[in-house]
Design a protein around this ligand. Structure first.
Ligand code: ATP
Length: 465
């Protein structure tokens, strides 16, 4: 079993290279040397990420009666972040090396390399000269308005470091406008920003990233139980999107390592090729956040229980997942190389992304056997038009069909639909029974089966949801 130290650099390099080659993920501003810690999702990465976010939303909002959505602003009032404790408190310890001028996160020196050659852990080289650790503020600050004055507190805003705060700040508005009863949750997917000292491991630690967060408000006596229930739900979710349960690990954060207000915190970690690392935190935060905002704003944030006629400040359980980290886990999980070499000694390695069909960027590829046979092309376009309103489809008429299958394997398309002579009633002999049927080729087993075009849509819909 993999552990924190077990890494596979060669595998990770292949994954990063495939992501660029096939258009999953590019370095941001690569043309100008790259913007460190920022990434652009290419066409396939965008689809993959959308599938993940849509599925998370479906499972956590659409299919539940007790969770509502929010889409808060990214620019955040500084009073919000003063109340939450981020201003003045959201920092990482940093050390500088006076020799190589490198800057490193002091609490993870073990996983870093200094710039001196031969490279080693910062501080380990004879010539390294590290400063004492000092706090480095992780938030991005900006000025608002045309006449922004640096000394005017209202002209200063921050890019949010987490999506959670707008949920706490809007919790009362959501409650008052929706007649909800405890327990209930508010969910949000959106960008967050942290000026990480050392962005690394591809998209894993970025300066701009997306989070998928729920704040689940409840009565105090239910908090601990609900935290365990949320942990179980979140593990189920990861299984549903195709992550191997063996590669997921739950850390029950011990006393002394949790935030002081949290009675229970779990980290869900995944075995990435660069080691076991956090995907999500599930934390029981008590009434800390609402209490802070109530105190700082001077406005009551209590919930009135109609039945008991009692006012109370709800407690909150927070499942907080990283969207980009989950996308990266999906990519790492899916990547496979299958040896299909035959006895003739010619090596034949099939690269295949074994995405769960729900997550796969392209659901089906439509492949006419020949591009210079107008009847085949016309039929293929007909099938494309039938499916395209319902799912992401790829049409390809170039190259031999075997090569086209392999191209789809490399981007994880679960089904290839071949339009051949039988489809147009021109198969061998007089048998017309296969007219208007297509060949479906399965990505994982490479097996093929025949299906009437009329059955295609329900057949696929069942398999990609
Ligand atoms: P870490 O310890 O890895 O810095 P964290 O415990 O500070 O993460 P949280 O504040 O709990 O992270 O944020 C919730 C989730 O947001 C994390 O589990 C992770 O998936 C995601 N996340 C946090 N920071 C980053 C980042 N710099 N890049 C990508 N995702 C991130």
């Amino acid at each position: 079993m993999a552990n924190k130290e077990q890494t596979d650099t060669a595998r990770m390099e292949k994954i990063v290279s495939l992501c660029k080659r096939k258009g999953f993920i590019f370095q941001s501003a690569e043309l100008y040397g790259g913007l460190n810690g920022c990434w652009d999702y290419g066409p396939l990465g965008t689809e993959l990420k959308r599938n993940l976010k849509d599925y998370w939303w479906r499972r956590n909002v659409q299919e539940r009666d007790d969770i509502l959505g929010l889409d808060g602003s990214i620019l955040t009032h500084q009073a919000v972040l003063t109340a939450s404790g981020h201003i003045g408190g959201f920092s990482d310890p940093m050390v500088d090396c006076k020799t190589c001028k490198g800057r490193f996160r002091a609490d993870s020196l073990d996983s870093m390399e200094c710039k001196l050659k031969p490279s080693c852990i910062p501080g380990a080289h004879d010539k390294c000269e590290l400063t004492e650790p000092r706090d480095f503020e992780l938030m991005f600050k900006t000025q608002m308005g045309a006449s922004a004055d640096e000394n005017d507190p209202n002209a200063t805003a921050y890019l949010r470091p987490e999506t959670a705060q707008s949920i706490f700040v809007q919790y009362k508005n959501v409650m008052d406008s929706n007649r909800v009863k405890l327990p209930f949750g508010i969910a949000q997917i959106g960008k967050s920003f942290r000026n990480e000292i050392n962005p690394r491991n591809f998209t894993f630690r970025s300066r701009e990233f997306e989070q998928m967060e729920i704040e689940y408000f409840c009565r105090p006596e239910d908090g601990l139980r609900l935290t365990d229930e949320w942990l179980a739900k979140r593990l189920e979710f990861y299984a549903e999107i195709g992550l191997d349960a063996e590669k997921l690990h739950v850390l029950d954060i011990p006393d002394g390592e949790r935030a002081h207000y949290s009675q229970k915190t779990y980290d869900i970690e995944y075995d990435f090729p660069f080691g076991q690392q956090e995907l999500e935190g599930v934390a029981y935060r008590g009434d800390y956040d609402l209490g802070k905002h109530q105190g700082h704003s001077g406005k009551p944030l209590e919930y009135f229980d109609e039945q008991t006629k009692e006012k109370l400040l709800p407690h909150v359980v927070e499942p907080s997942a990283g969207c980009d980290r989950t996308v990266l886990a999906l990519i790492c999980e899916a990547y496979d190389e299958e040896d299909l070499s035959k006895d003739d000694g010619k090596p034949d390695i099939r690269t295949v992304m074994r995405f769960d069909p729900k997550m796969a960027p392209i659901k089906a590829a439509i492949l006419p056997l020949l591009k210079n046979k107008p009847e085949l092309v016309a039929k293929a376009k007909e099938v494309q038009a039938l499916l395209q309103p319902w799912m992401n489809i790829f049409y390809d008429e170039t190259a031999a069909i075997g090569r086209r299958y392999r191209r789809q394997d490399e981007v994880g398309t679960p089904f290839c639909i071949a339009i051949d002579f039988e489809t147009i009633g021109e198969g061998e002999g007089d048998d017309k029974s296969l007219t208007d049927t297509v060949t479906i080729r399965h990505r994982d087993s490479m097996e093929q089966e025949r299906l009437p075009i009329a059955d295609l849509l329900p057949w696929l819909a069942q398999r990609i949801r």
